[in-house]
Design a protein around this ligand. Structure first.
Ligand SMILES: [Zn+2]
Ligand SMILES: [Zn+2]
Length: 258
């Protein structure tokens, strides 16, 4: 079992020091994970300490520790993102869309604005950014692929149709989609992506990985065995991890037996 989406710093709630790294790694062991990947938000870049994660990982030989980054995708920033991620030898980069044309749509106080908008347009705008992120060549994993649903507002059109163009580009460019369990703790109360979308993604032969999006150590690995079960019932048999940005394939089944 692996969790490739944890935030050591949370929302800048703590420092990237050795004790905090140990709290996350200890929790990963308690949750029976075999691999954990840190993917803090890129806008905390100057407070991150990637080498210290690799150094502290040596105290946990039974755990595969990976160093990634969750990058906010904005189309006008592609070049600066490229320069940023080239500065470190990351294991993987998660590309996430948290902003539509300057609107940070996933803040709790933005629900009203979500309700003001035409839901089909909202989803179309969101997925067109996911499509561009996938086309940019910057990322290995697409984070919480249907985040735009967080307040539980649904489009009139089937989300599988609205997501299709983005999924085509994800497929063409060999990106991996995470099942991110954090959506269960938002108003929408389900994983990103939902089961129907998981099935569509599986039918397109796109690979999956798992992430809890834990912003505190207690949430490391949260609900991931259940997410793995959902993937299994959709016919998915493997998960994809990354080492120095090279994908490695892990069976789901054996991890469930841990
Ligand atoms: Zn995110
Ligand atoms: Zn995140």
């Amino acid at each position: 079992m692996l969790d490739l989406h944890v935030h050591l710093l949370g929302h800048r709630d703590r420092e990237a020091n050795r004790d905090n790294i140990r709290s996350f790694l200890g929790e990963a062991l308690r949750k029976k994970l075999t691999r954990i990947g840190f993917a803090d938000h890129d806008y905390y870049w100057h407070e991150l300490n990637f080498d210290l994660i690799r150094e502290t990982a040596l105290e946990y030989p039974e755990l595969e520790v990976r160093v990634g980054l969750e990058v906010d995708y904005r189309e006008e920033n592609e070049e600066s993102i490229r320069r940023m991620i080239d500065q470190y030898d990351f294991d993987y980069i998660i590309g996430s869309v948290h902003e539509i044309k300057g609107w940070l749509f996933d803040y709790p106080e933005e629900e009203e604005e979500h309700r003001r908008r035409n839901p089909d347009q909202l989803y179309t705008d969101y997925f067109s950014l996911i499509e561009k992120a996938a086309r940019s060549g910057l990322f290995d994993i697409i984070g919480h692929i249907d985040l735009v649903k967080l307040f539980g507002i649904r489009p009139y059109t089937d989300v599988r149709i609205l997501a299709k163009p983005a999924l085509e580009v994800i497929k063409q460019n060999g990106l991996v989609v995470e099942v991110n369990t954090n959506g269960r703790y938002k108003a929408v109360n389900e994983f990103y992506p939902d089961f129907n979308l998981i099935e569509t993604i599986k039918q397109m032969d796109i690979a999956f990985t798992l992430g809890s999006d834990a912003h505190e150590f207690g949430n490391v690995g949260r609900d991931l065995f259940e997410a793995a079960k959902q993937l299994e019932s959709a016919g998915v048999r493997t998960l994809t991890g990354f080492t120095r940005r090279i994908p490695d394939i892990l069976p789901i089944k054996s991890q469930m037996d841990v």
